[in-house]
Design a protein around this ligand. Sequence first.
Ligand code: NAD
Ligand code: ZN
Length: 263
Amino acid sequence: MYFMHSQTTSDDAIQAAATLVEASSRIVALTGAGISTDSGIPDFRGPNGVWTRDPEAEKQSTISHYLSDPAIRERAWRSRMDHRAWSAEPNAGHRALVQLEAQRKLLLLVTQNIDGLHQEAGSDPERIVEIHGTMREVACLDCGWRGPMTETLDRVRAGEPDPPCLVCGGILKSATISFGQNLVAEDVDRAFAAAEAADLILAVGSTLGVYPVANMVPVGVRAGASIVIVNGEGTEMDDLATVVVRGSISDVLPRIVGGAASR
Ligand code: NAD
Ligand code: ZN
């Protein structure tokens, strides 16, 4: 269960956020690791985060370490195999964003998550930008070949601790963006174009400390969007928010999106 810092979730804040959602028609959702913790996938920087507990784990996500150290790659393949995402189910937070789409209010869903749970919940893949990539695919760092993660994990299980690319012999990695790797320009463009076109940016479960994606918030503000931030603890963008809702995402997000119907 997620550990809550704030004593109570303010009903007034939920009400104010729900009113903004109701009044908006071009909502851009921006989600982070916090939306998936109630599905059993730990975040990185939250109170029980992977990096909060084990700062060394950050190396696995740094491209220079990954390229230079076979031991780090073997450890990375083992943790991909054991990743909780393979057995995780979407939760009420993911489902609330599917509901927002059904209300025809969702312009774009930009997620920093790599777990694929928004798609599992039923969000339209065409409306999702996975700005940090996906762990459900593998990419060759040399020739660019891509394929499903499950097939490469079968090779690991069959005894290849660091399976090379079958096309060129190069180094394979999950199709995620590690530190030191560039984001996909087309994805960044789509995310920021949406932030400029939005009437509301709904930021959920992110410390909003990872750039450039966190800049969607000030870009949205300058273009006239309202900002609703839903998170269990303070974020770096709280000062820019129209409404900050502190609370458990799977609890409060359905109440915010349910709008008048659920009150
Ligand atoms: P983060 O770990 O930096 O922050 C998550 C935030 O969510 C924290 O402030 C935490 O307090 C809050 N939170 C966690 N569970 C919550 C809950 N149930 N209710 C309310 N608040 C909750 O996450 P980030 O900002 O997304 O940045 C981390 C980076 O790591 C991302 O770029 C992402 O690519 C990657 N990541 C992805 C996953 C995933 O795919 N599920 C998991 C861990 C990390
Ligand atoms: Zn290759």
